[in-house]
Design a protein around this ligand. Structure first.
Ligand code: NAD
Ligand code: DAU
Length: 331
């Protein structure tokens, strides 16, 4: 099987490529990635000899057309992925998330190639802290930020291309991932690397916001389950029942890194900050037989701390620029 992975030099895509090379010798992976500020070819250095890497933009229609024509399956991870950046400068989000997805859909339509679309639970907006509900594939779309609205737009393009043009497509909407190779702009790596540098963690607002954490390896086994056994046209929600509020995440990181549990700072809140995400992944479990393997969030965090301690050469080059960007946002 020949798989085209867009965004394979980013966090989830790179973990997906590692897992695929490790566990699926029958699969040849081609990565298409523009190497934006968020992409790093070094994230693929361990598997470089086993894959084909193409540096390019997913809005480059001739390039995309050629690569899609050489693939059996396209798995589309590439995106502008960070909410805070989307509030400062939304255009790259429209370009990559909307125009890029359109470009891929037109290519898979021309070539009749199977397409899996990676998306986010943020398309559903947010839940109240005391709401017993979780997101399902019937929850109405209600995105809050430029990031989540462009991801919602891309999901709707996929649904239309499946229905109107018969594209062989599936969609997954996953909750917050953590694990190795995540950019230091994101919550957990930002706090781990701050603590390594002797800087206090920074919590937005009151720290009450809840995210539904899943290890990136579990996200990626679910993606393979959908690619292999998912029903064309369906949307699958991916989550591992990992709801934790941000304050508790920071307290756990502080404890695991040998600091007092209150050694963090509250900083100004993210405008439009979603309060809570929660995923009902029962369809994925019951219909596709998927189960997450990372049972303990605390153990997963400890392993992630170890990874950032052992791989300072990977994250250090981006740390100062990331913090300089946050300084301009007052966060
Ligand atoms: P990331 O920002 O770490 O990586 C994105 C990758 O896409 C980078 O390698 C970047 O170079 C590449 N890219 C960006 N624009 C491109 C373009 N125009 N052409 C080609 N490549 C381009 O993102 P991530 O956290 O790994 O997220 C991957 C996907 O998963 C995204 O679609 C995101 O919406 C989705 N998702 C992420 C999470 C999460 O918690 N991180 C959760 C659910 C869904
Ligand atoms: O839910 C899935 C989404 O999860 C993905 O679609 C996005 O690509 C991914 O970035 C993530 O979005 P969030 O906005 O939830 O993730 P982030 O890591 O930016 O922040 C997680 C929570 O932590 C959020 O409530 C904001 C808060 N936060 C973040 C940072 C960077 C802080 O309190 N302090 C921080 O320094």
């Amino acid at each position: 099987m020949r798989v085209l992975v867009t965004g394979g030099a980013g966090f989830i895509g790179a973990n997906f490529v590692h897992q695929t090379v490790r566990e699926r010798p029958d699969v040849h992976v081609t990565v298409l990635d523009a190497l934006t500020y968020a992409g790093d070819e070094a994230s693929l250095s361990d598997v470089a000899s086993a894959i084909t890497f193409v540096r390019g933009d997913i809005t480059d229609s001739p390039l995309v057309d050629r690569l899609v024509g050489e693939a059996d399956v396209v798995i589309h991870f590439a995106a502008e992925s960070h909410n805070d950046n989307s509030l400062s400068d939304p255009w790259p989000f429209v370009h990559t998330n909307v125009v890029g997805t359109f470009t891929l859909l037109e290519a898979v339509r021309r070539h009749g190639v199977r397409y899996h679309h990676i998306s986010t639970d943020e398309v559903y907006g947010d839940l109240e802290l005391d709401d017993p509900a979780k997101f399902t594939d019937q929850t109405p779309y209600n995105p809050s930020s430029p990031y989540s609205s462009t991801k919602a737009s891309s999901d709707l393009l996929v649904r239309a291309w499946v229905r109107s043009f018969g594209v062989q497509g599936t969609i997954s909407n996953c909750s917050n991932n953590y694990g190795p190779y995540q950019h230091v702009e994101k919550f957990i790596p930002r706090q781990i690397t701050n603590l390594i540098d002797g800087v206090r963690p920074k919590l937005y607002g009151t720290g009450q916001n809840v995210r539904d954490w899943i290890h990136v390896e579990d996200h990626n086994t679910a993606v393979w389950a959908i690619v292999e056994r998912g029903q064309i046209g369906r949307t699958y929600l991916i989550g591992a029942d990992g709801e934790v509020d941000n304050k508790s995440v920071v307290e756990t990181l502080l404890e695991l890194m040998g600091q007092p549990a209150d050694a963090y700072d509250l900083v100004s809140d993210r405008p439009g900050h979603d309060m809570r995400y929660a995923i009902d992944a029962s369809t994925l479990r019951s219909e596709l037989g998927w189960t997450p393997q990372y049972g303990s969030f605390r153990d997963g965090l400890a392993a992630t701390i170890d990874w950032y301690r052992a791989n300072e050469g990977w994250w250090r080059p981006r740390k100062d620029a990331t913090e300089a960007k946050y300084a301009t946002m007052g966060r």
